[in-house]
Design a protein around this ligand. Structure first.
Ligand code: HEM
Length: 474
């Protein structure tokens, strides 16, 4: 019996003029004339540039060389093979002003040590224990919903994600604590876009109302976290939360001991910032897509009803339900393909090096945009359509069988891959199932059928996610 050979994945297409030092890309003049600038509208700018200039493109902006890579092979090279040449992106480097030396903003070797110490807090067994918290909090959220009403589910997902973070990180159920955390996250998020500016350190110190608010939030959050750390150190008990794990972690590999209070603080603030909005936005986009696709919604509802039971047998989701929810997993995966909460990965070249025959100067910014690669028709059939079945095993969709691994990287890859990925999947899958078991979602009457997006530090829905809710019959 002969089998047809599997077609090879398309190789990167890189354009350049003969003898050019850099690959081709949009010139400043063409960008200004067309009003097509990263700062104004980054998503169409990145997608349009990829279409015109191919898989590795180059331009200059704000005095820096920018390289954008749009092909899975190049994404892999940037995030894995060439990782040793890179530092964090500029925004995350400057974010040290608010995040300190946490995982997101620190460089090696400090980052490697912190990663070793923090890893056990995100171990599979630990995440499994958080499943019950996620299921209970999801039930608590939907308890407030009324059949027939229209609600902004983005607000609900933000609050739900915040409550889960408060409980899993600090074992706190106090709304007052969550409110302090929410205020600080919001203030820090408003600072990050400014971190790109050359004088952001100076700006941070100025007595401007916005900066006063950010510094005040930092003081307030520090007071809260240092207080919790002191309590834990005094009673020396594992409360089953991430904070206990971070405090008790010991570096056995290199014998550098445990984390100082300041390091624990930095990791807590980092987890709050990295884990809250990303998950809330991923869930919000998934709910919006499900509301637009009744067939997918019915399949999700059937799966959720079977896994979590209905009527008098209905129970809250836990981690043990996760394996019985492959379609919920596929819906969350497909939502993060179309609307990746982290829409581009950025790195800075820490030293000059050669990449595919081109010079990468020190200080160059390298970008790997999920927004572009996740929607590339070479790797995704009908890329703009919501088709969760692409992610079912064995592949039930009609996507190219040769789709490379790095065509999909919502959690990045390499030594900087998201440490909270397991927790994010657990939240995404259990919350979607909990909602689908009891509710039917529909677009809000009169709401536009397209989503307006707000690509800030994370990708957000610009006008919230207003949906109409109908309770399902048991
Ligand atoms: C859908 C939800 C999430 C998405 C899409 C996401 C995405 C990402 C991505 C793309 C990165 C890498 C950034 C880069 O390389 O520049 C990252 C890093 C990180 N994420 Fe997540 N994340 C999510 C949820 C979480 C959660 C729930 C937590 C923790 C509670 C978390 C904690 C972190 C941390 C600490 C890092 C830095 C890791 C390191 O550099 O070693 N994330 N995340």
């Amino acid at each position: 019996m002969s089998t047809a050979p599997t077609p090879a994945a398309p190789v990167p297409h890189i354009q350049h003029l003969p003898g050019a030092r850099f690959p081709s890309g949009p010139t400043l003049a063409s960008r200004v004339l067309a009003g097509d600038l990263f700062r104004l509208n980054p998503l169409p700018f990145m997608a349009g540039s990829a279409q015109r200039f191919g898989d590795l493109l180059h331009y200059r902006a704000a005095g820096r060389h920018i390289f954008q890579c749009n092909h899975p092979e190049l994404v892999q090279e940037m995030l894995v093979q060439h990782a040793r040449h890179h530092d964090r992106g500029i925004v995350m480097q400057k974010a040290q002003l608010v995040l300190g030396q946490g995982l997101l903003s620190s460089e090696d070797p400090h980052h490697m040590r912190q990663r070793r110490l923090a890893q056990p807090a995100f171990h599979r067994d630990r995440i499994a224990a958080y499943g019950r918290i996620i299921g209970d909090y999801a039930a608590h959220t939907t308890f407030a919903w009324r059949s027939g009403e229209t609600r902004d589910l983005h607000d609900d997902m933000q609050l739900l994600s915040l409550r889960i973070v408060g409980k899993t990180l600090f074992n706190s159920e106090l709304e007052a604590v969550n409110l302090r955390i929410a205020r600080a996250i919001e203030a820090f998020m408003s600072f990050l876009p400014l971190a790109f500016l050359p004088a952001s350190e100076l700006l941070y110190k100025l007595p401007l109302p916005m900066m006063n608010r950010i510094r005040q939030s930092r003081r307030d959050l520090d007071e809260l976290i240092y207080g919790l750390i002191a309590e834990r150190r005094a009673d020396n008990q594992d409360r089953g939360d991430l904070l206990s794990m971070l405090i008790s972690a010991q570096d056995t590999e290199e014998g550098t001991g445990s984390m100082s209070d300041e390091q624990v603080r930095d990791e807590c603030v980092t987890a709050l910032l990295a884990g809250n909005e990303t998950t809330a936005n991923g869930l919000s986009f998934a709910l919006w897509l499900i509301a637009q696709h009744p067939e997918a919604q019915q399949q999700l509802q059937a799966e959720a009803s079977a896994a979590l039971a209905t009527g008098s047998n209905a129970r809250n989701a836990t981690a043990s339900d996760y394996p019985a929810l492959p379609f919920a997993h596929a819906c969350f995966a497909e939502a993060m393909r179309l609307y990746p909460p982290v829409w581009t990965i950025a790195r800075t070249a820490a030293e000059p090096y050669q990449w595919r025959g081109f010079e990468i100067p020190e200080g160059a910014v390298l970008l790997a945009p999920q927004w572009v690669v996740h929607r590339d028709p070479r790797f995704w059939a009908e890329p703009t359509l919501f088709r969760p079945e692409r992610f079912l095993q064995p592949p039930a969709g009609s996507d190219p069988a040769t789709r490379p691994k790095f065509a999909y990287f919502p959690f990045a890859a390499g030594s900087r891959q998201c440490i909270g990925e397991g927790l994010a999947w657990m939240e995404g899958v259990l919350i979607l199932a909990a909602i689908a078991r009891d509710w039917t979602l529909a677009p809000a009457p009169g709401a536009p059928s397209t989503l307006r997006l707000d690509p800030k530090v994370t990708l957000r829905p610009k006008d919230g996610i207003p949906l109409q809710l109908t309770r399902r019959e048991a």
